[in-house]
Structure formats: structure tokens, C-alpha cells
Ligand binder design. Structure first.
Ligand code: URA
Length: 255
């Protein structure tokens, strides 16, 4: 089907073409940093085991950093946020946590909101939950720097309470803009609030995790939040997250 006038479809098509050209060895493009996507070992280990080899597959396309016309850059979105005072979270945060990773990531992980470690460092998912997220990412054969990681709200809710609806609604347009700028091939939501926000409805995470959904036409996989996994570190829950991420990896590799 033609991409028509949809700029996100156009940019996805452009990224795919660039990936193919790079794979054919066009030397005016930077080379992928390590293995070609489909040459990495098939993931076979559940989350509590290290990957079979140290090899990881790059999942970010080797493309230029400029955006197609009409698609804004992550830098422009960050500039627009500025020293954000759009909701009350600005009163208690130390710093805003915008998100980090590859602007060309094939997969974006979306959490709920920064905790104390993230508030202190300005980086998403760097505390205990973040360390588990890193293991989850690596277990599937990816690298943290090749994916993109961000949150529904960019500032820490005091005492790690859940973000309020008004705080989510205020921050939401920036999340949408980040996702449109990256145009990933899949989104992984971590926990119920992230899935509910992007799907625009309440969800039962235990029922809906592991089932493909969509955000603006992008495949979205709801899975458990790593903080929940830490609290409830059962074989069943670890297996569930492992299955969900393997499904995402398979879908990206097959597309
Ligand atoms: N939990 C989240 O949802 N996001 C973070 O960045 C860290 C912990």
C-alpha cells in the first residue's frame, strides 16, 4: 500500500529504505554498529538468565539525524518543554526527565514517571527498576543505547505517587510528539498507567499484557512494569515479560 501523504508512514518507509541500502553496503551511509539485525542469536533465555552470547543486535537504523519535512526533532520537543511549569509537578521535581536513546529507535519503552534516582540524574530508568529494564532489553538481544526510553510524565510525582490525570493530560502531548518524531516500529508500555495513557482507556494489565494493541497505527505491546516485577519476582511474571519482549523482537525482525 502506498504511504500516501501520511508523514509518519513516509518516514517509516524512508527508514526501511535506508536500512536496506545500508544492508547492501551503500558506503555513503554509516554502517550498523555491530551485527546485522537478523544475524544475532535467537533469544532463548528467560529473564533470569544472561543472554547466551555477548552479541547484541542493533535495532536502530543507520540514518541521518535530520527529520523529514513536517516531522519535528526530539531536540525541538525538548526545547519546547523548556523549564516546564505547566503542572504542579514542577514545584517538587529536581529536574525534568525527558527521555533518552536513539532518535531512530525501532522500539520505544514508555514508563509511568521518574522516581527519585531519575529525578536526581535527569535520566529515565536508572534506579533498581531501570537496572532490571536494562537486563530485559539485553536479554532480548538489544542494547539500551539503540532503543528509546521515556515516561508518560516527565517530572517525578512527590513520594512516587501515581501521576494524577491532570498531570498526565498536560504532559501527554509531549509523549505523543516524541513517539511521532521517532516513528518506531513498536512501542512497549511498562505497567498499567503507560498502557492506559496511550490507549486512551483504562486497562487490566494482567489481562491485556502480551496482546498487541496500536497507537496511531504503531504496534503497541503492554507488559508489566519492571518495578512490579521486582515486587513480584515470580517465574510466571518473568516468563510473561520475556514472552512479551520476544514477541516484540520477532515482530520488529520480521517487518
Ligand atoms: N519508573 C518509571 O516508570 N520510570 C522511570 O523512569 C523510573 C521508574
Amino acid at each position: 500500500m502506498s504511504a500516501g501523504g501520511d508523514p509518519r508512514a513516509l518516514i517509516r518507509g524512508l527508514k526501511q529504505t535506508l536500512r536496506e541500502l545500508a544492508a547492501e553496503g551503500l558506503d555513503t551511509l554509516p554502517r550498523p554498529p555491530a551485527l546485522p539485525i537478523d544475524a544475532s542469536p535467537a533469544p532463548t533465555a528467560p529473564l533470569d538468565r544472561a543472554p547466551e552470547t555477548g552479541a547484541t543486535a542493533p535495532i536502530a537504523a543507520p540514518v541521518a539525524t535530520t527529520s523529514a519535512p513536517g516531522i519535528e526533532t526530539l531536540e525541538a520537543i525538548r526545547t519546547d518543554l523548556g523549564d516546564c511549569r505547566r503542572c504542579g509537578l514542577c514545584e517538587t521535581r529536581k529536574q525534568l526527565v525527558f527521555g533518552e536513546g536513539s532518535p531512530q529507535a525501532s522500539v520505544v519503552f514508555v514508563g509511568e514517571g521518574p522516581g527519585a534516582d531519575e529525578d536526581r540524574t535527569g535520566r529515565p530508568f536508572v534506579g533498581r527498576a531501570g537496572q532490571l529494564l536494562d537486563k530485559m532489553i539485553e536479554a532480548v538481544g538489544w542494547r539500551r543505547e539503540d532503543v528509546y526510553i521515556c515516561n508518560v510524565v516527565k517530572c517525578r510525582p512527590p513520594g512516587n505517587r501515581n501521576p494524577e490525570q491532570q498531570e498526565i493530560s498536560t504532559c501527554r502531548p509531549f509523549l505523543d510528539r516524541q513517539l511521532r518524531a521517532i516513528a518506531p516500529r513498536a512501542i512497549v508500555t511498562l505497567g498499567k498507567p503507560a498502557a492506559a495513557t496511550l490507549l486512551g482507556r483504562s486497562i487490566a494489565i494482567t489481562r491485556e499484557r502480551g496482546t498487541w494493541r496500536e497507537w496511531e497505527g504503531v504496534p503497541l505491546m503492554p507488559t508489566f512494569h519492571p518495578a512490579y516485577l521486582l515486587r513480584s519476582y515470580t517465574r510466571e511474571n518473568r516468563q510473561a515479560v520475556w514472552d512479551d519482549l520476544r514477541a516484540v523482537r520477532a515482530r520488529i525482525d520480521g517487518s
